[in-house]
Design a binder for this molecule. Structure first.
Ligand code: X8Z
Ligand code: ZN
Length: 394
C-alpha cells in the first residue's frame, strides 16, 4: 500500500500529457493556492483514483492479518489493541465527550466559513445548509483550512504573523530551520545534537530518488543516532514543523539512557503533545522577534489583527479535531467488524459528514477507497493518538 501511495502521481488539470504531479510539493500547492473549482475537483478526485482506489484489497487483507495478530496477543481486535495504552475503558466514548465540548465552536466556525465561501464561489455552488465541499478547503483531506485564510479572513488588510516572506528575504535554507530548532532546545539547557543527526537526517527532498515526504523523527535506539526525514520548504509552516519534529528528537534524547522498555512516550499521544506545545511557542510574536524574523516593533496587539490571528489558529487546531476523530473512529469500526468491506467508503463519508460537516465534490462508490488517500491509512499508523488528544490538551 505504501508503494502505491508513494509512487502515485496525477496529470495536471487540462494537461493530459503532464502526468508527473506528486503530492509533495505539486498537489499540496494546488490544493492550497488554486481557487479554480474544477481544477481542485480534478486534483481531489485523481489523487484518490491513484491512491485509495488501488488499495481496497490489500487494505482488507491487512485488516484481517492485523486482527489476527491482535487476537494472538489476547486482544479482541486491533481496535482494542490501539486503545490499550490509553488505559481507558472506552476511548471513543472519552473522545466523543471531549468533542461534544468543542462542537459548538466548530459549528460556528463552519457556518462562518460557509458564508464566506458562498460569497466567494457563489450561491449556486455553496448552499446555505449543505455540508461544505471537501475540495475547496485548502488541503487534500480538509484536515486544516489555514490555506483559505486569505479568502475568508474576518478583517482583510489587518496583517498578522506570517514570516515566510521575511524567511525568504533573509535567504533561509531548510537546514537553517533545524539549526534554529536545535538552538531553541539548547536555550532550554538541553545538549546540542549529536553529529549523527546531521549526517543521517534527510532534511530536503532528494533529487535522485523518491522518498516518502511525510515528516517523521526516528530513534535508532543506540543512544546516539537520531534522525529526521522531512522534505522541508522554507516557509513558516515548515519552521514550526521542524521544531515539532525536533521535539521528538529531544524527547528521544531525554530518555536514551533508560532501559529499552522505557524508551517511549508516556502514552502514544504524549510525544506529539510535546511537539505541538513547542510549535505553539515558536509561532508567537515574541519568539519570532527573538529570531529576527519580525521587527521588534512590527507587531502590536490590536483587536482586529488578533482576531485574524486567532481565526487562523482555529482553522488549523479546531478544524483538525473532527478530522482526526474520523480517521480513527473509521478504523475502529473497521477493525471491530462493525463495518465490512462493502461499506468501507460509504462509512468514511458518513463519518466525514457527521463530524467534519464536509462532503465529497463528486459521487463516490465502493469502487473508491477514499481513506487510502491519507498517508496514515496505508501506513497503518494510529492517528487520534497522534494528534487529537494533544490538541485537546492545549
Ligand atoms: O503525522 C503528523 C506528524 C507526525 S510527526 C508530522 N502530523 C499529522 C499529519 O501530517 O496528518 C502532523 C499534523 C497531523
Ligand atoms: Zn510528531
Amino acid at each position: 500500500m505504501l508503494a502505491i501511495y508513494n509512487s502515485a502521481s496525477v496529470c495536471a488539470y487540462l494537461e493530459p500529457l503532464r502526468c508527473d504531479l506528486r503530492l509533495q510539493p505539486d498537489l499540496a500547492a494546488i490544493m492550497a493556492k488554486s481557487r479554480n473549482w474544477d481544477e481542485l475537483q480534478h486534483v481531489w478526485t485523481e489523487w484518490r483514483r491513484q491512491t485509495g482506489q488501488k488499495m481496497r484489497d490489500p487494505f482488507e487483507q491487512m485488516v484481517r492479518l492485523s486482527n489476527q495478530a491482535s487476537k494472538m496477543n489476547n486482544f479482541t481486535d486491533t481496535a482494542e489493541y490501539w486503545s490499550f495504552p490509553f488505559e481507558s475503558t472506552d476511548l471513543f466514548k472519552d473522545l466523543e465527550n471531549s468533542w461534544d465540548e468543542v462542537k459548538p465552536l466548530y459549528e460556528q466556525l463552519l457556518t462562518y466559513v460557509r458564508r464566506r465561501l458562498r460569497e466567494f464561489y457563489g450561491p449556486e455552488r455553496i448552499s446555505r445548509q449543505a455540508p461544505l465541499p471537501a475540495h475547496i478547503l485548502g488541503n487534500m483531506w480538509a484536515q486544516s483550512w489555514t490555506n483559505i485564510f486569505d479568502i475568508t479572513q474576518p478583517y482583510p488588510g489587518q496583517t498578522f504573523l506570517d514570516v515566510t516572506p521575511e524567511m525568504l528575504k533573509q535567504g533561509y535554507t531548510p537546514v537553517d530551520l533545524f539549526r534554529l530548532a536545535e538552538d531553541f532546545f539548547v536555550s532550554m539547557n538541553m545538549s546540542a545534537l549529536p553529529l549523527e543527526f546531521w549526517q543521517g537526517s534527510i532534511l530536503e527532498e532528494p533529487i535522485d530518488r523518491i522518498v516518502l515526504c511525510q515528516p517523521s523523527a526516528w530513534d535508532f535506539c543506540n543512544r546516539r543516532d537520531f534522525r529526521i526525514k522531512m522534505c522541508t520548504q522554507v516557509n513558516m509552516k515548515d519552521l514550526i514543523t521542524a521544531h515539532h519534529e525536533m521535539a521528538h528528537i529531544y524527547y528521544f534524547m531525554q530518555y536514551k539512557n533508560q532501559p529499552k522498555v522505557f524508551r517511549d512516550g508516556a502514552n502514544p499521544a504524549f510525544h506529539e503533545a510535546v511537539g505541538e506545545a513547542i510549535g505553539l511557542s515558536v509561532g508567537t510574536p515574541k519568539h519570532l522577534q527573538a529570531l529576527g524574523l519580525m521587527p521588534a516593533t512590527g507587531y502590536r496587539s490590536k483587536n482586529l489583527v488578533d482576531i485574524n490571528y486567532l481565526y487562523k489558529m482555529a482553522l488549523d487546531k479546531v478544524v483538525f479535531l473532527p478530522f482526526a476523530l474520523v480517521m480513527d473512529k473509521w478504523r475502529s469500526d473497521v477493525f471491530s467488524g462493525k463495518v465490512d468491506k462493502g461499506q468501507y467508503n460509504c462509512h468514511w463519508h458518513l463519518l466525514s459528514e457527521q463530524y467534519q460537516g464536509i462532503k465529497p465534490p463528486v459521487l463516490r462508490s465502493e469502487i473508491d477507497f477514499d481513506p487510502g488517500s491519507k498517508y496514515h491509512i496505508p501506513a497503518n499508523i494510529p492517528y487520534v493518538s497522534l494528534k487529537y488528544l494533544e490538541v485537546m490538551r492545549q
